[in-house]
Design a protein around this ligand. Structure first.
Ligand SMILES: Nc1ncnc2c1ncn2[C@@H]1O[C@H](COP(=O)(O)OP(=O)(O)OP(=O)(O)O)[C@@H](O)[C@H]1O
Ligand SMILES: [Mg+2]
Length: 256
């Protein structure tokens, strides 16, 4: 049983115009075995939250805490966070030309597990997981994400999840861009993973359609840099019907 606690987290990004605060006091606790859906308007800071947890250098945490079983995650390097059991499936997976998917996966698994997986077992493990996700074998020799379609990239994020077996996974819009069949396949792979591993999941999404396949224990509304409401699955249905108007403050009229 593991716990990921995010306490009053504030984070900023530095732009040409100066420093801009994006996370404005996020409070969220996820335990292993739980799936938390996070829903919120564009630009509210959901991806920034996932980057802050993963340790993206662009986002500076200015105050607050992220604790994994009481250990301060914010003091860890990106590698240490991955080894401690944190995983991020990115909204926009990065292309890495010249590095084959199979090399990348083996290197990542070696780093996270602390030793190189035995080749014979590893080949079978990768092949089985690829089959579950309907990923053709030839992808193993392609460069990481290079020229992959949107849906192919998302499937490969879940392939990494299945092979790296984290304690906590943030899935940032893993459902966007998936066709109906792919959505079913990817959701099934996530469900298989949560059923056989003691993992906590933060599922960032705009749509209730993925929540028909993956049952959330808690639904959070994320607006203007923080969690503003939490509830059960009915909250997702309410958001789909009514949008976020109720949760978003009235913007100042633009000065002309
Ligand atoms: N590197 C950056 N430079 C400037 N602004 C940034 C940067 N990263 C994030 N932002 C701004 O921070 C805000 C939050 O962005 P973020 O990507 O976290 O939103 P989001 O909730 O994930 O949105 P979406 O639902 O569209 O994915 C946005 O206004 C965005 O423009
Ligand atoms: Mg985002």
């Amino acid at each position: 049983m593991a716990t990921l606690e995010i306490k009053d987290l504030h984070a900023s990004v530095t732009t040409d115009e100066g420093t801009k605060e994006i996370l404005k006091g996020v409070n969220l606790t996820v335990r292993s075995g739980e799936v938390h859906a996070i829903m919120g308007p564009n630009g509210s800071g959901k991806s920034t939250l996932s980057y802050a947890i993963a340790g993206h250098p662009k986002y500076e945490v200015t105050s607050g805490e992220v604790l994994l079983d009481g250990e301060n995650v914010l003091e860890m390097s990106v590698d240490e966070r991955a080894r401690a059991g944190l995983f991020l499936a990115m909204q926009y997976p990065v292309e890495v030309p010249g590095v084959s998917m199979s090399n990348f996966l083996r290197t990542a698994a070696t780093a996270v597990r602390g030793e190189a997986p035995k080749l014979r077992h590893w080949v079978k493990e990768v092949r089985d997981e690829m089959a579950k996700l309907d990923i053709p074998a030839e992808f193993a020799e392609r460069s990481v994400n290079e020229g992959f379609s949107g849906g192919e990239k998302k499937r490969h994020e879940i392939l990494q999840l299945a092979l790296l077996k984290p304690k906590f996974a943030v899935l940032d819009e893993t459902d966007s861009g998936l066709d109906v069949d792919a959505l079913r396949v990817v959701s099934q792979a996530v469900n298989d993973f949560t059923a056989s591993n003691d993992v906590g999941v933060m599922l960032i999404t705009h749509y209730t359609r993925i929540l028909k396949h993956i049952q959330p224990d808690v639904v959070h509304v994320f607006a203007e840099g923080r969690v503003v409401e939490s509830g059960g699955k009915e909250l997702a249905d309410e958001l789909e019907e009514q949008g976020y108007v109720k949760y978003v403050g009235k913007a100042e009229p633009a000065a002309l």
